[in-house]
Structure formats: C-alpha cells, structure tokens
Design a protein around this ligand. Structure first.
Ligand code: ZN
Ligand code: ZN
Ligand code: ZN
Length: 773
C-alpha cells in the first residue's frame, strides 16, 4: 500500500530531463517528431539542432517524461539513426508552458552527421501529381523525409542558411507550413513551392533561354522524343538523357561521349515498366524503391520491350533506376518510356555541377540543357548497386550512401585517407566513424584530380577537422600519393590489397585475425611488383602476404590492361614458352599480326618491358582472350565481365583442375598452369564456352578454399574488384561455407578501388598493424 503511494508521488513529481543525441538526426524530420511527441505528452521545453546532433529538454510529470522516452524509441521515423544518447536530470524551470523548436547552436567542431540526398517520398509525389495541389507539377517539391541534403549543405548544423536554399526566401504559404507543427513540412529546411522556390529553364547549347517553368519541361520532353540529347541538372550533378529505345540517339550519345561500348544506365518511369524490361528479384525491387534509389544491375529480359540494342552491347545486364526527384518523375511520366540516364561528364572527367560549367563541358554532347537555379554544393553521382551472393553491394558509393558513417572503433583522432588512382573516393574519420565520401572517378584528367583535391579539403572541413594523419596508397605514381605529400601532418602509406581487406573487415564489423583474399587488377606490392591475386593473413599485430597466384609477364606493361590478348600471351608464354607464339589455332595468337607477335615475343623472352604480375584480374582477362570473348577492351572490367556472363548458359558438367598451393620458401604459390592447360585442351576438344567459363569460376573458388585450409583461420574476407563478379563471389561463398569457413564480402563499401580510402583509414587508426609480421 505504502509502496503504491510512493510510486504515485514519484509519478506526479515534476521532472526536467536533458537529452543529447548524436547520429543521423538532422535533415530527417527528427525535430518535428520530437515536437509532436512532447506536445502529445503535455511536456514543455525545446528541441534544437546542434553541431554534434540534437538537444532536447523536456519538463513535466515524471510519468509523462517516461512515456515520452518510451515512445521516442518505439516511434522513431525510419531515416533517423541515433548513435549516442546522453541523458541528464536538471532542476525543473517551472516556467514556460509550451514546447518549442529553437534556433541551432554551432560548435567549434561539428560532429553531427550529414544525411545523404533522399529520393522523393510517396506523399510528395502524390502532391506533385495532384492537379488540385499548390505544388502540382512542381519539380522541387520536398519535405522533412525527402529531397537534397548532402549535395546542398556547406556547413553544419543542417539549417536552411547553411544550404544552397538560403537564396530562396520562403513565401507566406511556405512560412506557414514551416512553422506549423501539424504540417508535413514543419521545419523542413528545403521547403519550397512554385511561388518561392527554384525554377526550371530550358537552354539551347549556347545558353539562350528557350522556355521556362512547365514549358521548359515540355520542351525537354519534346526534344527527347525527337531523338535529341538532353543535359539535366539533377540532384548532385548533371545527367545526360536520351530515348533508350532510339538506337540512333544512343549511338550519337556514344560518339559524343567517346564511350563505344560501356553500358548506359536507364531510368524507367515506374517499377512496373522496369519489370517488363528486366527480371527483378525481391531484393532488387527493394533497392530500386529505397530512399537511396541507386542504379541496380539486373538481368535484362530478352523478351522485353524494345530497348536500343547499343544500350548495353553484349551485356546480359541492365543498369536500371527509378525517378528519384520530382523533376525525374515529371520528365519520365511525360515521356512515357525509358530514358538513358548517364553521368553528365565527358570521358575521364568528373560530373558537372554548375550551369555555366555544364554549358562549357557538355556543350559538345548535349543538344539542350534543362537547368535550374538551386546551386549544387557537392557533386554526387548516382550510386550503383548489384546483388551479389544474396546481398546488395555498393559498387559505386555516391548519392544516397555518401557520406553516411561506417563504424570503426579504433578511430580516436581525426584522419584523412586519399584512396587510390581509379574509382577514387576520399574518406575522413573521427570519433569512431569513417566517412567515405562520394565517388570522384579515375584520376586520369586534370579535372578529376582537381575534384579529388577539393574532396580531400571539403570532407574534413564539413566537420572542421584537422586530420592528424593522412593515409594514401604505396604506389609512388598515384596522384593521391603526391597529393598526400602536400597535406599537413604525417603521411602513412598503406599497401593496396591490405587496404581492400581492411575495408571489408570494417564493412562487416569483423575483427582480426582473418584471411584476406584480395583479388583485383593492379596494386603496388610490398616487393615493388604488381600484385593482384593476394591472400593476406591479418592479425592484431600485423599482416603477412600468405599466398598469391603464380606470377606471369605482361608484355608491354600497362598496355596489357587494355588488351586482354596481351595478358593471355604472357600467360601462354609462361605455360608453353616460345611454342605459344606458334599456337595459331588459339584466338589469342590469331588476334595478333606476325610483327606484333615477334615484338611481344621478344619482350617476353628477354623480360624487357614485360613486368611480372600476380593479378587475378589479368588472369580473367587472359581467359577472356583464350575463349575469344574479348581481345581489346574499351572499358575497365569489360573482359572479366565477359567471362562471368559467358558462364550463364552452362550446365556445369565440366571441371578443371584447380590451382594448388605450393610452398616456395615459406610462401604459398597457386599454380594455375594445369587449369589453363586443361582449359585449352577442352576448348580444342570442342567443349562449350559457357561450360568452360563456369568451370573456371569453380576452379578458382576451390583454390580459395585450398588456401583457407592452409591458413586455418575461420574468417575469410573477399575483397578487390574481382569480387564484383557475382558468380565468382557466390562460388567462393558456397565453397567456403561448405568447408566450414565464415566468408565475408562487401555491403556498403565498394570491393573495388572505390573502397580503398576506408581501408586506409582502418590502417591509420590501428598503429599495431603497421608492422609487417
Ligand atoms: Zn517528401
Ligand atoms: Zn513557397
Ligand atoms: Zn585494387
């Protein structure tokens, strides 16, 4: 009886509680959510954004405060993610009878998280399509749950004045919604309408206005219907659009972009229309419809509606996406068919973001420009995701994903990592998190190098960080290795394949010890040679190269990256010696002239201009050439993809002897000669290409298991560009599991060089693993 009375007294006591939240709490509707909850429970106090997240103070009956806390956890809206929460009891103020959203505080080092750009939500789309709504057909409709975030933010905390929306003064109607707790746009920093927000304009190639507002949109659609190429200012940069069913339009886009064969991504008006063109699994549907709305690589449906055959020549996959802004929804609905939607850049350049810049850089590609006046502050390309071994893995990390944090507990001081040379992305880290910035591109042009330099400055600046250490690759000729020397602070150089393995460990939150399988095209090895078929033992105190694929020579060095036939020639020479040059029935040898063979044969014989490599990527290239799937590539990964796709029609009856680990002076070498000799013999005996390609994948997966058995570590990490190959990854995962191992592959961090910066951060944060053990 007495206990009940005490509890009742406690419940009726007035309490004031302060809560500090860190995590994804800005730009995701957290303040409106807290406001409504506090009002519903009759509490007074305030909520505000801060440099480190959000702060809430609530005051009222203890029982109401308890209910508030319980509901806060139970009813949290999905995009909000709380990483840390600190609660503190305060003396009740006793004054003030309302709950308010108050102005943000700023701190010296903002540690709040920047939210990525989010695809248009269902409610906003409904308004855009409703002729009676005041935002009908308005291309910049957003709310607290959707719209641009990272691409328009230049500082924290996330408030309109620190976004590129600051130039747009809210009209009376928008101000009313912004201040109204009952509105979906209560404190929506991107709030806008046709009366006060950004506007569309259609420009000709010379930047002369052809139409504005809704007429601009209709003019753009008419141009697309006429087969013209349209540059559109999207969320994080320009895109190039063309009719995906018009072979002629796609051909012109290829010519002008100097992109002969690399597949183009295609945007469909709806999931239903995409499902006619491709077979899309449940996981893939979920990815397409997610707020990240990435490009998803799916299987084309051969019986589907007519798409231009030159959209993805020789490729059974289609990169598809759905509209992710009201502008895209309006364009695609009006056009009523799929559109090529590729990055707005010339070859080897970063995506264009500024209007004048687009005119200058895309003027030779696009016929018309659909632009608007909301500046893009950070370039963010479309993300690319593929389902590999039952899970969506990010192949290009950009819109929707960057710069969300990835936990890394060892990070206890500000760090910067500059990544690699290809598919560059930079990362920063502080307070136990890695922030992998968006895809920058291949650093082969001055413009992408400038973009990389900018990213290396802007990403830490967003959080006012001064990195204590700068990490980069060990390759002496990477642009990022030179850039590191110009950065303040000590430089740590990280072995390429170790960075791949560490990134995979961070992605899966796996601790050492592990066996890391790092298979890719090229990476600077600790011995100065080109590595790429590596098995690394990673422990708490160091790492060691444990095994690798047998080396072979690449005649002409880097030229072999573009010419799979050269990799094949080097490999055949390793097996058959000079006899290889006479095997004219092999497609590889037939692909060269006699003079070329004499020249390259000389390089191989003398070992001049023919560096050795242990690259698994080059091994796939060699297989592509021997199976006559590709002799010269027009884009990176083309030949390896051809081998993967060739295996599709296989019935799995064939098997090839797997490379066997042989101990050579304490290092295990995987000898692939019997496998390739059998591949060639089977081919000459008339075995089908699909069954040979399938058998090759199985053999390589068996070799991985053989090394794992020698390493005897339960956890195996699969990283490097080769593990973008869904068949290879699936084979390796199945066989490793079958042998009792725990395979780990990527999720949010790309397995390719786009993930290197994350691995470099892990290395820089763990002083213990800096010595080779
Ligand atoms: Zn919305
Ligand atoms: Zn307005
Ligand atoms: Zn790599």
């Amino acid at each position: 009886m007495q206990a009940v009375a005490v509890t009742a007294v406690a419940r009726n006591r007035i309490e004031r509680l302060r809560l500090d939240f860190a995590g994804a709490v800005q730009g995701v509707g957290f303040r409106p959510f807290v406001f409504r909850l506090a009002c519903a429970e009759g509490l007074h106090g305030f909520v505000r954004n801060s440099g480190s997240g959000a702060t809430v103070e609530v005051e009222g009956l203890a029982s109401s405060v308890q209910r508030f806390l319980a509901r806060l956890d139970a009813e949290l809206p999905p995009p909000v993610r709380i990483h840390k929460r600190r609660a503190q009891s305060l003396a009740p103020h006793g004054t003030g009878q309302e709950f308010r959203v108050v102005p943000s505080t700023t701190e010296a080092r903002p540690s709040a998280l920047v939210i990525p750009d989010l695809a248009t939500c269902a409610q906003c789309l409904e308004e855009v399509l409703d002729p009676a709504d005041r935002r009908h057909a308005y291309a910049f409709t957003t709310c607290v749950h959707c719209g641009p975030r990272y691409s328009i933010v230049d500082a924290l905390p996330y408030d309109r004045e620190r976004t590129s929306m600051r130039g747009f003064r809210m009209c009376a109607a928008c101000s009313e919604e912004y201040a109204n707790p009952a509105s979906r746009r209560f404190h929506a920093e991107t709030i806008a309408c046709p009366d006060c927000g950004p506007q569309l304009v259609l420009w000709d190639r010379g930047g002369r206005e052809a139409a504005a507002g809704n007429k601009a949109l209709l003019g753009a659609v008419a141009a697309l219907q006429d087969g013209l190429i349209l540059a559109v200012k999207s969320l994080g940069g320009y895109q190039l659009l063309a009719d995906a069913a018009n072979e002629d339009a796609v051909r012109r886009l290829r010519e002008r972009k100097r992109r002969p064969r690399k597949p183009f991504a295609t945007m469909f008006p709806s999931l239903a229309s995409a499902m006619q063109a491709a077979s899309i699994s449940d996981i893939e549907q979920e990815l397409l419809l997610s707020p990240e709305a990435p490009i998803v690589l799916v299987r084309a449906n051969p019986g589907g509606p007519a798409l231009a055959p030159n959209l993805a020549p020789g490729n059974p996959c289609l990169g598809i996406m759905l509209p992710y802004t009201p502008l895209h929804h309006l364009l695609l609905r009006q056009f009523d068919g799929p559109l090529v939607a590729t990055s707005g850049n010339a070859r080897d350049e970063p995506i264009a973001t500024g209007n004048d810049e687009a005119l200058e850089r895309l003027g030779a590609i696009a016929d018309l420009f659909l632009v608007h006046d909301r500046p893009i502050l950070h370039a963010v390309d479309d993300s690319v995701v593929r389902v590999v071994a039952g899970r969506g893995i990010v192949l290009r990390r950009a819109r929707g994903h960057a710069p969300l944090p990835i936990a890394c507990h060892a990070v206890d001081r500000p760090l910067l990592a500059l990544g690699g040379q290809q598919k560059n992305a930079v990362a920063t880290a502080f307070d136990g998190n890695i922030f992998l910035g968006p895809h920058v591109g291949d650093l082969n042009s001055p413009r992408t190098r400038d973009a990389c330099t900018r990213a290396a400055t802007e990403l830490p600046a967003l959080h006012a960080l001064e990195p204590a250490v700068v990490a980069c690759d060990r390759h002496p000729d990477y642009f990022t290795s030179r850039l590191a020397a110009y950065c303040a602070g000590p430089v740590i150089r990280v072995q390429h394949h170790l960075a791949h393995v560490l990134s995979c460990m961070a992605d899966n939150e796996v601790e050492a010890p592990v066996l890391g399988v790092a298979w890719d095209g090229t990476g600077w090895g600790d011995d100065g040679s080109i590595w790429g078929g590596e098995f690394l033992r990673v422990g708490d105190t160091g790492y060691r190269r444990f095994a690798h694929l047998q080396q072979f020579r690449l005649p002409g060095g880097d030229a072999a990256i573009r010419e799979p036939r050269r990799a094949a020639l080097g490999l055949l020479y390793a097996i058959f010696g000079a006899r290889a040059l006479e095997m004219t029935s092999l497609p590889t040898i037939a692909a060269f002239s006699r003079q070329e063979l004499a020249l390259l044969g000389g390089m191989l014989r003398r070992g001049v201009n023919a560096p050795v490599t242990s690259s698994a990527g080059r091994l796939f290239d060699a297989a592509a050439s021997i199976l006559d799937l590709a002799q010269i590539s027009s884009f990176e990964g083309e030949a390896a993809m051809a081998v993967e796709f060739a295996a599709d029609g296989s019935n799995f009856v064939l098997s090839l002897p797997p490379p066997v680990p042989v101990d050579q002076g304490g290092m295990l070498i995987l000898d692939w000669q019997p496998m390739f000799a059998a591949l060639i013999a089977e081919r000459n005996a008339g075995a089908s290409i699909p069954s040979l390609a399938a058998a090759l994948h199985e053999s390589l997966a068996r070799a991985i298991v053989a090394v794992a058995e020698r390493a005897a570590l339960p956890r195996v990490m699969l990283s490097g560009g080769c593990f973008q190959n869904a068949r290879l990854t699936q084979c390796a995962v199945n066989r490793l599991r079958g042998a009792g191992f725990e395979p780990n592959w990527h999720r949010r961090i790309p397995p390719n060089d786009g993930g290197l910066a994350a691995g470099q951060i892990v290395f820089a944060a763990n002083p213990l693993i800096q010595e080779t053990c």
